[in-house]
Design a binder for this molecule. Sequence first.
Ligand code: ADP
Ligand code: 5GP
Length: 211
Amino acid sequence: MNKRRGLMLVICAPSGTGKSTLTNRLRKEFTRLAFSVSCTTRAPRTGESDGVDYHFLSRDEFIAQRDAGHFAEWAKVHDNFYGTPKQALTEMLDEGRDVLFDIDVQGAAQLRQSMGEGGHVFLFPPSFATLKDRLLGRGTDPGEVVNRRLDNAPGEINQAIHFDYWIVNDDLESAYDQLRAVYLAEGLRPVYRPNLPAEILGNAAQEDSDG
Ligand code: ADP
Ligand code: 5GP
């Protein structure tokens, strides 16, 4: 029986909400889920590796790739450029692999237009106070960067209406259970297995003719 097509699972959230925490866990549990490694002009954080977390590019390199049409979507987020390499994505989907995206709300909207179907999840922080605590607690960004990310959060939350699923990352275990459920349910949508009824009917006809 044909396997189903690869799906795109898009997760958006204000920076510091817990996207990486939840998506890393999902990727560990479901190894068939590939990660779309984005290109960015931001500097690597401690512990990040080129080609694993991001492809780190200079501004000129990014603009050259963007102008050559290499991105399925791209956006300027918190003063840096970010983009999804199109060729790698198309190859993974063609192989039937599910692909997970950690992109911003502008990118999610573009991806919907350029690539069509996909499960789009918006992750909310339980409150702004908690979001600030998480950004500061993570300790990866200086104060002005934290403030910039907090300033962008209301605009991002205002775009949540365009998403298919809403999850509040308050208790980590509950949020993870919900994300896992969304991923599994998304893969059951008929759009990813359009030929299934014909296959089942074809098998039935074959069984009849076999007597
Ligand atoms: P994002 O990828 O959305 O920017 P991270 O996954 O880096 O966010 O999470 C930001 C910080 O919040 C990290 O220090 C992480 O350990 C913490 N965190 C994530 N989810 C929760 C949660 N449900 N409860 C408490 N802390 C959390
Ligand atoms: P960070 O710098 O914290 O890794 O990411 C900052 C923001 O950029 C996050 O909202 C993240 O989802 C978003 N982002 C990461 N990669 C991409 C991408 O390829 N495209 C777009 N549009 N946004 C991205």
